[in-house]
Design a protein around this ligand. Structure first.
Ligand code: FES
Length: 289
């Protein structure tokens, strides 16, 4: 399954391209190949990639020219360079252009996998937005967040408890909070982001004043739960996982709320609404206006 990110590998040596493709595909990346800098630019003009792994020495449009083009046209794309016998100057030029890392030829599969995984993680972290409008709320809670971090700073395994308390305080864990915690605990942001995205009980999105959960478990599904969710999406004008503009409602789908005898079930805040008729969902919402 290729869902770990999209990578474009650029090299004028077909054997290097083929081995990178084989190794990286087996790690779950989606791979495209280009045999020259110009071909890479043509591909990148049509599609976005998370990471470009490129040789430096290529005829006509070389690796440095490609990286310069990327910095201007696709600044969010991460770059790793492959190079045979790099001079200090070449590496300095590439580093000045913001490359993440470099792979000295010849490299082993393990080195390729390791450098790619780190570069992909860094690219994802860089892509986190600097600040969202919702994060303005967060600033008012900075002192309390600092206290949580200070109380846990030197405790082993403190990251998850800190994240739980921070989410309890703020309601969710936006990128600015993740960066704050990483700095406070002196660990990489990528580690914090990795834990937040791994555990389903952490959320990076704010919740509405009222949280609407629609059960899509089997018992509810066969009793038109999907129609309920479609009706709620249309009434609230949001998708699942989103919050209304006035931040009154957030909509989630869940798997079995343990009340199958009451199917189909919608839970709003702490109230269970049983045997919900899809047509009547707007009336239920009115109780929370
Ligand atoms: S399937 Fe919906 S409550 Fe169990």
């Amino acid at each position: 399954m290729a869902d770990n990110g999209k990578i474009l590998v650029v090299d004028d040596e077909p054997i290097v391209l083929r081995s990178c493709e084989r190794i990286l595909k087996s790690e779950g990346y989606s791979i495209a190949l280009a045999t020259s800098g110009q071909e890479a630019i043509n591909i990148l003009q049509k599609d976005d990639y998370d990471l470009v792994i490129t040789d430096l020495k290529m005829p006509e449009v070389d690796g440095i020219a490609l990286i310069k083009w990327l910095r201007n046209s696709k600044p969010a794309t991460g770059v790793v360079v492959i190079t045979g016998y790099p001079s200090q100057e070449t590496i300095k030029d590439a580093l000045n252009l913001g490359i993440i890392d470099y792979l000295p030829k010849p490299f082993t599969p393990l080195v390729l996998i390791d450098v790619t995984a780190k570069a992909m993680k860094m690219t994802m972290v860089r892509a986190l937005p600097e600040k969202t409008p919702e994060e303005a709320d967060v600033e008012s809670k900075t002192a309390a967040l600092e206290k949580i971090i200070a109380e846990n700073r030197n405790r082993p395994g403190s990251l998850i408890p800190v994240l739980q308390q921070a989410q309890g305080l703020i309601g969710y864990l936006p990128p600015s909070v993740q960066r704050h915690i990483a700095k406070g605990l002196n660990i990489p942001v990528s580690e914090v982001h990795g834990v937040v995205s791994f555990y389903s009980f952490f959320t990076m999105k704010p919740k509405g004043k009222h949280s609407v959960k629609v059960c899509l478990g089997t018992a509810c599904y066969v009793k038109r739960a999907e129609e309920i969710i479609e009706k709620l999406k249309a009434t609230l004008n949001i998708d699942v996982g989103e919050v209304t503009k006035d931040r009154k409602f957030s909509l989630e789908s869940v798997r079995c709320l343990g009340a199958c005898g009451l199917a189909p079930v919608v839970v709003i805040d702490h109230t269970t609404h049983a045997s919900v008729d899809p047509v009547k969902t707007p009336e239920i919402l009115k109780q929370y206006e």
